[in-house]
Write a protein that binds this ligand. Structure first.
Ligand code: NAP
Length: 660
């Protein structure tokens, strides 16, 4: 399955192809792999050129100009062959794909890495992560008679994915979505300037790659369309109950099922064998606790609840926050408002990306539309270069002696120097602003803000003020700061983030022996693999505790691993005729000790700067501190010994059950 329209035939002359290939917009590293794959001719892979994995983040993968020329010459031959040969000879053997991939990654790929990257590549748009089993395989199982069923809560990126995988496995499910549409974060965040801040080709399902993204980082509407189209294409819409808010979930030990109370038009009761929570981490707006906030008489709203009816023209507007959301909408606000005052508490490290808002160059679009599978290899290239690329730079080297910039290792220091140079160049003429926007904390302790120069341009504008004077209170007419008194405003926009630590709030979830999930967590959410918690049998979290990433990969990768693991759990239950599985407390605790140890070794664990990565107790409850590969490996198979189990018995036959 793929959104890729059929590839257009190559009609260009030799000279036109040569000119195309000379265009600097073409990403060269994926070029020969896609041609070798499409022609079935491995001799297109040059044995005399090696991509250096250490240089993947450099332009054109660190290829020298001579190497680039050689690639262009060979690619020209390949394109002519694709144009002139009637038949496509796609590579089909895994061994051949492996050797092309090994060249593309500059590493002899073996074992888990090979399999994980093969899934990400999805050669020939194959869905390599689909369940390789179906509930009908277990027709002898008593569940088969009982319509084994699963509730999914949330219809965003991860809920759509879970629904599709259950459908592929033939498992009945109902998806409850509180909104009137799918898309989750991309439905709710409609603020001007909203776009994905990781590379779009990677921020897409591995099995639903799209080659016609209009930008390197597409805008909110494009992302929303993608997820809506996926929901339609996957055929899961008929299983979705929109405008349905799950409020209570209670485990019934007698019947080994979960009872849900759902607010739709009226209150409804449902029962399921298992529940998958796909409610996201970043969707409950966090308003600051500032005295007098309720007293403000002007207009005010949160970035995730944008007020599109308010005309900013001619208005004095205050913005609180300078995180990823605020930095995206502030330029648009400043374009319209008479005066925009930005209240910054902590500056973010800017990560320069000149292509951030650019459309894809025509030459690159040509490759996507004319070279079969170029988009798969392009995506693999991006995935590989970003997957662990920068993670080691955020890891503490105990032997490193901090030269005074709060760096934690030589590579952390080196990157910090580059990022400081970027700030110095952007604010060279404004030392006052430079001082304000330069972070003092360890680089990587907070999420980076992607920038293409727009931030500096915005802060330079005559109608924009960057206020770092701490806010004391909010008055009916405006905002009072420590040393500047009251500033009057017509509107206040809160770019103050989300209650990220309040996982699964505000649902009330009661597990075994009446244990309330939020009481068990006590504000410090933990889960085994980020997916399961003791006392909550057959209850699975997506984007749960410690599954967030800071600098590498995309969150969709994590969701795909999580959903794979959950389907393995369900398969295990069906295979072994289990009514429930419940993770053992010691397994859960040992796992989390290791996670905590890992996070303490990272920039975000060391620093005490404000960030949504940490909860009120100071523990990093959000981030995964290890490699992407490690998460993939840990979520491959369920280890039966990690769980206590209850075998299915006929007395578990429930009185109400979901049946379509
Ligand atoms: P955020 O990163 O939590 O930023 C909140 C901002 O509000 C920070 O600047 C924070 O200052 C400030 N703030 C909070 N309370 C304040 C107070 N009482 N007074 C003054 N300032 C206050 O939230 P976000 O920008 O919405 O981003 C959250 C996450 O969402 C991101 O890290 C990212 O993972 C994701 N995101 C992704 C995209 C994308 O891909 N397109 C876009 C936006 C967001 P401090 O720094 O001092 O706490």
């Amino acid at each position: 399955m793929s959104f890729t329209p059929s590839i257009s035939p190559i009609t260009e002359t030799d000279e036109e192809l040569e000119a195309l290939l000379a265009d600097p917009g073409i990403e060269l590293p994926p070029l020969l792999p896609s041609i070798a794959f499409a022609t079935g001719d491995l001799s297109f892979i040059p044995s005399d050129i090696c991509l250096d994995p250490a240089k993947t983040l450099e332009e054109q993968g660190g290829l020298t100009p001579d190497e680039q020329s050689i690639i262009r010459i060979r690619a020209l031959e390949g394109l002519k062959q694709l144009r002139d040969n009637e038949k496509e000879e796609t590579v089909s053997s895994d061994e051949d794909i492996k050797s092309i991939m090994s060249w593309a990654c500059g590493t002899d790929l073996e074992g888990s890495y090979l399999q994980m990257l093969m899934e990400e590549l999805a050669p020939g748009n194959k869905d390599l992560r689909s369940p390789k089993w179906n509930i009908q395989d277990y027709s002898a199982d008593p569940f088969a008679d009982r319509s084994f069923s699963v509730a999914i809560i949330g219809g965003g990126m991860s809920g759509i994915l879970a629904a599709y995988r259950l459908k592929q496995a033939g498992i009945k499910f109902v998806l409850f979505e509180k909104n009137d549409g799918t898309g989750g974060t991309w439905l709710e965040n409609t603020y001007p300037g909203c776009r994905v801040d990781v590379s779009n080709h990677v921020y897409s399902y591995s099995f639903m790659q799209k080659h016609n993204w209009p930008h390197y980082h597409s805008t909110q509407d494009v992302l929303l369309n993608y997820f809506n189209d996926c929901a339609t294409e996957f055929g899961i819409r008929e299983n979705i109950n929109f405008n349905s808010k799950v409020t209570n979930i209670t485990w019934d030990e007698k019947y080994q099922k979960w009872d849900l109370i759902v607010m739709r038009r009226d209150e409804e009761c449902w029962s399921f064998n298992a529940v998958i929570s796909a409610v996201g981490q970043l969707n409950q707006p966090s308003y600051p606790e500032i005295p007098g906030i309720e007293s403000f008489e002007g207009a005010s709203w949160h970035s995730a609840r944008w007020n599109h009816n308010y005309d900013l023209k001619g208005k004095r507007v205050a913005v609180l926050g300078t995180g990823c959301s605020a930095v995206q909408f502030i330029p648009r606000v400043a374009e319209q408002a008479e005066q925009a005052t930005i209240f910054q508490r902590t500056p973010n490290w800017l990560m320069p990306r000149p292509q951030y808002q650019q459309s894809l160059p025509e030459s690159l679009v040509w490759c996507f539309t004319h070279i079969p599978n170029y988009h798969n290899w392009f995506r693999l290239h991006l995935f590989w270069r970003s997957h662990e690329g920068l993670l080691s730079r955020l890891e503490i080297d105990e032997s490193w002696e901090d030269p005074g910039d709060n760096s934690i290792s030589a590579t952390n220091h080196e990157l910090g120097v580059l990022l400081r140079m970027y700030l110095e160049s952007e604010f060279a003429d404004r030392p006052d602003l430079l001082e304000k926007v330069t972070p003092k904390y360890t680089m990587g302790a907070k999420r980076f803000v992607i920038d293409d120069g727009l931030w500096a341009k915005t802060l330079h504008a005559d109608n924009v003020e960057l206020c770092t004077d701490p806010i004391v209170s909010i008055a009916p007419s405006g905002i009072t700061t420590e040393s500047e008194g009251v500033k009057d405003f017509d509107a206040i926009i809160y770019g103050t983030g989300f209650k990220a630590a309040d996982f699964l709030m505000p649902m009330t979830i009661t597990g075994r022996n009446g244990v309330n999930l939020h009481d068990q967590w006590g504000g410090d959410a933990q889960a085994y693999l980020g997916i399961v918690a003791p006392n909550f049998p057959n209850f699975f979290f997506l984007y749960g505790p410690n599954t967030n990433i800071v600098i590498n990969g995309s969150i969709i990768y994590f969701s795909e691993c999580e959903v794979h693991y959950i389907t393995q759990c369900l398969k295990h239950m069906l295979e072994n005729q289990l009514a429930s599985i419940d993770v053992k407390t010691d397994v859960h605790d040992t796992y989390n000790e290791r996670i905590d140890e890992g996070n303490r070794r990272m920039a975000w664990g060391l620093s005490d700067v404000n960030s949504w990565y940490k909860n009120a107790s100071g523990r990093t409850a959000q981030n995964w501190p290890f490699s992407l590969l490690e998460y993939w490996e840990q979520t491959r198979e369920i280890k039966a010994e990690d769980y206590t189990k209850v075998e299915f018995h006929v007395s578990h036959q429930p009185h109400i059950f979901y049946d379509q």
